[in-house]
Ligand binder design. Structure first.
Ligand code: HEC
Ligand code: HEC
Length: 282
């Protein structure tokens, strides 16, 4: 984290205007010298409150940004390697591995870009993690993995890595509309002792500092994300929980209808940014 003036955070507002020392918000992201990542573009039409959208990468320090430019420097890639093993490992009563049906992870390129999405067979909106567990339980006869942890986040990181550079393109109409509406309502609802909504920070104050943090738009195109703070992969909904707790509000459970809807809505705010997971954040 670059230097910033602590005193300014103690001003009447919790938000401080960016001081002179800040991240290079103009930088471009190319991974391994070949995968071009769209980190800024016009906001999708359905997002009224933003003109342009930015990946969280844009707001990180030069050092943190650099870690994502090369897979050898990206600690999240260790988990991708682990997940390649898991992808080829037979588990469960049916004698299948992921590879039995999907052959290679690359065959699932695009899945990270379109989830959460409506699943016709299950008649529900599924996050990528829910779809992976759907395949484990329904197709493999295996135990589901715990959400937002270990094996699951590693597999999500693998599936994200094969979608890198593809535009996020989450459907918001048709069977996704109800979840979209609920997610949008939650996004703009002020909660907690601090009376803040997601939008208070990530739409109205991105680019400013809150305490030591340079506020991004809270986009999820980079998930799962390796955080230097806890030295592991972090899932989308665990991140939501952290943010809600920071407003001193009651939070929802991972994979509750509310958080599935919020994940779909937040993902759709990033339609047009590239998938860049596993990303690196502070
Ligand atoms: C027996 C075959 C089978 C196995 C084994 C299997 N899947 Fe699937 N998978 C499917 C089928 C069929 C679909 C599409 C229908 C559906 O939605 O369930 C699918 C869909 C998916 C999708 C969504 C693709 C998209 O573009 O929307 C993902 C992601 C996925 N599987 C991941 C996995 C992973 C990871 C594993 C191993 C843990 C796995 N699958 C094991 C059959 C399988
Ligand atoms: C009090 C201000 C505040 C509120 C309210 C808040 N957040 Fe955050 N959020 C932060 C800060 C600070 C960070 C870390 C810096 C950054 O990436 O913006 C963060 C990070 C994130 C990230 C990680 C972005 C990345 O690129 O890794 C996501 C996603 C996110 N927030 C979503 C949400 C959602 C959804 C809500 C509403 C439920 C919310 N936040 C409410 C302050 C807030």
């Amino acid at each position: 984290m670059k230097k910033f003036l602590k005193a300014s955070a103690l001003a009447a507002s919790v938000f401080a205007i960016a001081s002179a020392a800040q991240a290079d918000e103009e930088a471009d992201l190319v991974v391994n010298g070949e995968i071009e990542i769209t980190v800024r573009t016009s906001a999708p039409e359905h997002v009224d409150g933003l003109r342009d959208i930015y990946s969280g990468w844009v707001f990180r320090s030069d050092e943190t940004q650099a870690m994502q430019m090369d897979d050898f420097d990206n600690p999240g890639m260790i988990f991708v390697e682990e997940a390649i093993e898991a992808f080829n490992t037979v588990e469960g009563s049916e004698g299948n591995s992921c590879a039995s049906c999907h052959d290679t992870p690359e065959n699932l390129a695009g899945a990270r870009a379109t989830h959460p999405k409506w699943n016709d067979n299950a008649e529900e909106i599924r996050t990528l993690g829910m779809q992976i567990n759907g395949c484990r339980t329904e197709q493999m006869g295996a135990e589901p993995w715990a959400a937002d942890k270990g094996d699951m986040l590693a597999m999500e990181a693998l599936l994200a890595s094969v979608s890198r550079g593809m535009p996020v393109n989450v459907q918001i109409d048709g069977p996704a509309e109800a979840a979209y509406e609920l997610g949008r309502e939650l996004y703009y609802t002020r909660t907690g002792q601090l009376d803040l909504s997601c939008a208070s920070c990530h739409e109205q104050n991105y680019g400013n500092y809150i305490r030591a943090d340079h506020l991004s738009q809270g986009q999820i195109n980079g998930f799962p994300t390796y955080r230097l703070k806890n030295a592991k992969l972090n899932g989308v909904q665990s991140r939501f929980r952290g943010c809600v707790r920071d407003t001193r509000a009651e939070t929802y459970a991972v994979n509750s209808p509310e958080f599935i809807a919020l994940e779909l809505y937040v993902a759709s705010r990033g339609n047009g940014l590239s998938v860049e997971g596993p990303s690196v954040r502070n």
